[in-house]
Design a protein around this ligand. Structure first.
Ligand SMILES: Nc1nc2c(c(=O)[nH]1)N[C@H]1C(S)=C(S)[C@@H](COP(=O)(O)OP(=O)(O)OC[C@H]3O[C@@H](n4cnc5c(=O)[nH]c(N)nc54)[C@H](O)[C@@H]3O)O[C@H]1N2
Ligand SMILES: Nc1nc2c(c(=O)[nH]1)N[C@H]1C(S)=C(S)[C@@H](COP(=O)(O)OP(=O)(O)OC[C@H]3O[C@@H](n4cnc5c(=O)[nH]c(N)nc54)[C@H](O)[C@@H]3O)O[C@H]1N2
Ligand SMILES: [Mo]
Length: 732
């Protein structure tokens, strides 16, 4: 980036008058508690990635055919720099060539207008999109007449949303940052790797530890963040001995979490029955909950031997953990993808809600469920209506505000959108950010599905594989990133985002745009809306002044009154969340619901392993910054598979051998070749590899019940020695 640009942007990162970090969705401290360097190593990487001086323009595309680019890996593709001009791939062409914005939008509008049905278009969103752009985008899709609004959340926390909405009446977490730093007695971190994916969370956990909170981590991998933490933001942290973060570590088997939480609940109930009044919050259960008796009957009938087998933990380990829970006045449970991407993910998260409800751990300080969101604005995008099944109340208000009838039939989520494209039911695929073909399962199927579209359009900052797996025609529309100034006819604009703790605040870029041709996401969508429908909904006014968009949002989305004013105040404002604010549960019965979740776990046939797919320290989803994974001791290559030493021996393999991973499902086998086997402290029968390289192994039809999230954290595989021998060194 160069030293001046670096300093200019890093000092503005996560500050009240600066821009929101484009990396994860972790919450910022209150304005008075922010540090000069309020960012982490991975946030700095994300900023540098966006603010690079390298450009991918017409000369680049003239020099490379699509076939040439498709042969490159994603690390190389994104390392070439920022997209700088709109590009068009004509039918049958071998190269992208420049196109004017006007022609690009006219072509897109023509195609959308010519559809036999609006449901033959799909509008995908990745979670970096601002509230303002997301709101306009869903407006455009619904005005066109479709709810086909799949998003990255379908592959991410959809399972959390489904479980929480059903049980506590809101599809997001209900704790605040202060609940963690200032109030919780016990924080359970399960299926999450904060050291890499939410590094500033370690600072919050350290603060909690210093005032005496306890931390339990449940994870098949002993992640570095659970060990000794040296806070890079303080002198004490850099020089001192550091803080041991996790007091207790449970090496749960992959997909063993439902059994773990069922076991915890069983242990709590057992203790209550031995000593009535010692464990349960009876008042809370009676006043605010229903379904307790059925759930309790379910726990009493559980068999410890089965729970031990499924969780990979001993009864003793689970009971010791339950004893710690009984000691704790208030408990927060944090989780991420380690729980959501399994067949039984929704049941697992419902069981966590049961666990919290038993002791009244919702709606008081230091307590509650905390799904830690991934992309920096993935939560806000959903709040703005990016969902294939938005509730009728939202659609009613949209109709009142804009005077058209939004479609009511539910649209396609990510997996169903791929099925529809595969089967020739989609003509136009439009993506607002993201890397659809690399992030989704069954890469071969998805890439072929894209080719069935007549037009694929990507609004993006950097070139990625999805831009090369195109329909008959394709468009690449380059947009401004978070770090850049957004100048419109009405003056310089800011956008707003919502973090994982439901704080909404402003984000203002500081750097000059990477190219004069870049347009903001808002401007691109507004201009397309204008081209498609004329100015009836006021697209131009919304483009010129984003305050006009915020005024519409204020009328449609609950909790956004005085949006403009409150977004401008330092630190922004918190959205209301009934369970947190007043123990109000907007469920069918008006109460928080205990549910019955019979423990299950994936059956692994003899000779097979269960593979989970994780992120390295040097990537942001499909964006690969580098080929190392420092915290796990991996250097110079991403095609590695982590295996227990005993499994290595049983497979007659040695650390460093090259292997193929073969996933085994009723519809056939899928193979990923040339992975280096690495002996690692992971439970027996379990394996781990990096996403997205392992996505070829995930069948499209292997998804979570209810949420339809790809089950990319429990893949049944066989490991075979690679024939090619050691000559085929691990490639990136
Ligand atoms: N640097 C960086 N930051 C990121 C991202 C990134 O790619 N890079 N991605 C962002 C996004 S979109 C998201 S959603 C989040 C993801 O944040 P995480 O969910 O923390 O990321 P993953 O690497 O998917 O890690 C899953 C963790 O769960 C564990 N795990 C795997 N299977 C199981 C299981 O069956 N049970 C349990 N208990 N644990 C399991 C893994 O060992 C790993 O520690 O991070 C966000 N932040
Ligand atoms: N096997 C397996 N698969 C997974 C996961 C897993 O754990 N395992 N995790 C899943 C999860 S949690 C998620 S969230 C998805 C991620 O799926 P996506 O969100 O689709 O993927 P990303 O890699 O985050 O998208 C990166 C691209 O976004 C574009 N981009 C970056 N910044 C901007 C911007 O400001 N504006 C625009 N318009 N474009 C921008 C760039 O072109 C970049 O190449 O992957 C899912 N897939
Ligand atoms: Mo995510």
């Amino acid at each position: 980036m160069g030293p001046r640009r670096s300093l200019q942007s890093l000092l503005a990162l996560n500050q009240v008058d600066g821009f929101d970090c484009p990396s994860c969705a972790w919450a910022d401290p209150e304005p008075g508690r922010r540090k000069t360097a309020e960012f982490c190593e991975n946030g700095a990487k994300a900023v540098a990635w966006e603010a690079t001086r390298k450009r991918v323009g017409p000369e680049f595309f003239a020099a490379h055919t699509i076939a040439d680019l498709r042969a490159r890996d994603s690390h190389w593709l994104e390392a070439q720099g920022r997209l700088s001009e709109p590009m068009h791939l004509a039918p049958g062409a071998t190269h992208y060539t420049p196109i004017s914005w006007e022609d690009a939008l006219t072509l897109t509008a023509q195609r959308l207008r010519g559809l036999a049905s609006p449901d033959r278009a799909v509008f995908y969103t990745s979670g970096r999109t601002s509230n303002e752009a997301a709101f306009l985008y869903q407006l455009l899709a619904r005005r066109l007449g479709t709810n086909n609004l799949p998003d990255c959340s379908n592959m991410c926390h959809e399972s959390s949303g489904a479980a929480l909405a059903e049980t506590i009446g809101i599809g997001k977490g209900v704790v605040t940052l202060a609940d963690i730093t200032d109030f919780a007695d016990l924080i359970i971190v399960v299926g999450q790797n904060p050291g890499t994916c939410h590094p500033r969370m370690l600072t919050a956990l350290e603060t909690a530890k210093r005032r005496g909170a306890r931390i339990i981590a449940a994870n098949p991998l002993p992640e570095a963040g659970f060990g000794r933490f040296h806070n890079p933001q303080t002198v004490r942290g850099l020089a001192g001995p550091g803080t041991q973060l996790a007091d207790r570590y449970l090496p749960v088997r992959i997909n063993g979490d439902l059994a773990l939480f069922a076991g915890l609940n069983r242990a709590l109930i057992d203790h209550e029955e031995a000593r009535p009044g010692s464990v349960l919050d009876r008042d809370f259960i009676e006043r605010y909950c229903d379904g307790f008796d059925a759930a309790a009957a379910g726990w009493r009938a559980l068999d410890w031997t089965r729970l031990e087998r499924m969780s990979g933990l001993s009864r003793r380990q689970i009971e010791d953990c339950a004893a710690e829970v009984r000691e704790a006045g208030s408990v927060v449970v944090c989780w991420a993808m380690g729980l959501t991407q399994h067949r039984n993910a929704v049941a697992t998260i419902r069981e966590i809600v049961n666990f919290l409800l038993l002791r009244g751990n919702i709606g008081r300080p230091g307590a509650g469920p905390a799904p830690i969101r991934g992309h920096s604005n993935v939560q806000g995008d959903r709040t703005m209506g990016i969902w294939e099944k938005m509730p009728d109340a939202f659609l009613d208000r949209l109709r009142e505000e804009f005077g058209f009838e939004p479609p009511r039939a539910h649209g396609l989520d990510t997996v169903d959108a791929i099925r529809a494209m595969r089967d020739g039911r989609i003509d136009v695929f439009f993506a607002l950010g993201g890397n659809f073909v690399a992030a989704t399962p069954d890469s071969g199927v998805t890439e072929a599905a894209m080719a069935n579209c007549s037009l694929t359009v990507h609004v993006a900052t950097k070139l990625n594989r999805s831009h090369l797996c195109h329909g008959t025609q394709a468009l690449l529309l380059p947009c401004l990133g978070r770090t850049e100034r957004d100048q419109q006819a009405g003056g310089e604009q800011f956008v707003t985002v919502e973090d994982t703790m439901a704080m909404v605040h402003a984000s203002r870029g500081r750097l000059l745009p990477g190219s004069p041709h870049l347009r903001s996401e808002v401007a691109i969508i507004a201009d397309l809306g204008d081209e498609l429908f004329g100015d009836e909904l006021g697209w131009r006014a919304m483009r010129d002044d984003y305050a006009v968009i915020r005024r519409h949002i204020e009328h449609i989305v609950p909790g956004f009154h005085a949006y403009e004013e409150r977004a401008r105040q330092p630190g922004g404002f918190m959205l209301p969340r009934g369970p947190h604010d007043s123990r109000t549960f907007n469920t069918a019965s008006g109460k928080a619901r205990f549910t019955v979740n019979p423990p299950t776990s994936v059956e692994v046939p003899p000779g097979h392993l269960l593979l989970t797919t994780v992120r390295s320290h040097d990537q942001f989803n499909t964006t690969v910054y580098g080929l190392d994974d420092r915290y796990r001791g991996i250097r110079g290559g991403r095609r590695v598979v982590f295996l227990n030493e005993d499994d290595l021996r049983a497979l007659r393999l040695r650390d460093g051998d090259l292997v193929d991973l073969v996933s085994v499902y009723p519809d056939g086998e899928r193979r990923a070749s040339g992975f280096r086997a690495v002996g690692y402290p992971i439970p027996r029968g379990c394996a781990a590899g990096y996403f997205p390289e392992t996505n070829v192994l995930v069948p499209l039809d292997s998804t979570a019940e209810t949420s339809n999230t790809p089950a990319s954290k429990s893949i049944v595989i066989r490991v075979e020695a690679t024939d090619r021998g050691p000559a085929a060194a691990p490639s990136s």
